[in-house]
Design a protein around this ligand. Structure first.
Ligand code: CTP
Ligand code: ZN
Length: 151
């Protein structure tokens, strides 16, 4: 029998296969609870085929591509399931693009992307997708605390 840890939802998005412990970071990316009032349920340390995982279910909301890229940075194995009328209408795995623009702040204080005089969008080259490794296009610095540097 399939065990249901969290109620199915009628409409919305289920972010599944989040590395155990990272659900809180996903909530932060989605602006929950600060800027979003969507109903959300979270399951943490759920047993699955590949060890433990977290799941985030957001009702009545679909994610924008920017949010999906941010999730890919902290949960590279996550799947996004779009639920319509209780059915999984779409399912895809997050996929980091080769470059990420305006999503992560560079950790180098003297980087041109941190300059107040000449504001340029932050830009990173994705060196590795899983586990994610990124390198600043301008100064080549690799932040090691990506989750804390997401804008
Ligand atoms: N789900 C939900 N509400 C629904 C339908 C599905 O919350 N009405 C959730 C399920 O609990 C699961 C995820 O959406 O966490 C994906 O559902 P499904 O594709 O049915 O599950 P699996 O086949 O186990 O998915 P996968 O193969 O991606 O592991
Ligand atoms: Zn830089």
């Amino acid at each position: 029998m399939k065990e249901l840890k969290v109620q199915p939802i009628k409409n919305g998005t289920v972010i599944d296969h989040i590395e155990a412990g990272n659900a809180v970071k996903v909530l932060h990316i989605l602006g929950i609870p600060k800027t979003s009032s969507s109903s959300v349920s979270v399951a943490m340390n759920v047993r699955s085929k590949l060890g433990k995982k977290d799941i985030v279910k957001v009702e009545n909301r679909e994610l924008d591509p920017n949010e999906v890229d941010k999730i890919a940075l902290i949960a590279p194995k996550a799947t996004i399931n779009i639920i319509r009328n209780y059915e999984v209408a779409e399912k895809y795995r997050v996929q980091l693009p080769d470059e990420i623009i305006g999503i992560v702040r560079c950790s180098n204080p003297t980087c041109v992307s941190n300059s107040k005089k000449e504001p340029v969008s932050t830009r990173f080259i994705v060196v590795e997708k899983d586990p994610p490794r990124i390198k600043c296009y301008y100064c080549e610095r690799e932040p090691d605390d990506i989750a804390d540097r997401i804008i």
